[in-house]
Design a protein around this ligand. Sequence first.
Ligand code: ADP
Length: 209
Amino acid sequence: MTHQNASARFLIVGPQGSGKGTQGVLVAEAFGVPQVATGDIFRANVKGGTELGKRVQAIIEAGDLVPDELTSELVSDRLEQADAERGFLLDGYPRNRGQVDDLARFLSTRGASLDAVIELVVPREESISRLRQRALEQGRTDDTEEVIENRLAIYERETAPILDVYRAQGLVVRIDGVGTLAEVTERIFVALAERGLQPNGDGAAAGAA
Ligand code: ADP
């Protein structure tokens, strides 16, 4: 046996433009677990012209949610891969109550549970201005004014409430997402450490033993 953390199963939740993608990658790397971002997986499928991509393209371009059944199946297939056995960082899933329940079922049948839910708090105005900036830089087809409005509205209506479920389980680590990238990263690692969640001191432990 190696001296790895028992498990590192994280969610990162925050509005569009909160920086959760960037921060999520850093947390995942530090803990040596895969980052699984449903939006990235969907976009890769659209780009690759796969069957899944064809099914979800119009939904994504409108900023609506892909049906739960399709999304949850995609996620459980991914989490069943060997590299996710010890842990994972999910970005962009779950996004509503149905998906929260699907994930809970998936984990419980494996006797697994979440270790923390990282909530990135960013005011709406800040979110919108960051997304406008990203639209100029990356030209994502769902970063138009109209679609941004729709995505934020869905976040507020369907996604933000899932935090109450995880709060009741004592899992939520609330992080102020306003500041430089490095400041926010520091806040996340400090808050996780306060809960006894620390990356292994020697960096990526896998393979080191
Ligand atoms: P953002 O968080 O900025 O909206 P994402 O890259 O996370 O961007 O997601 C892009 C799109 O992919 C979403 O607008 C939605 O259409 C789809 N999507 C991603 N994750 C989910 C999910 N968990 N459930 C349903 N649809 C999703």
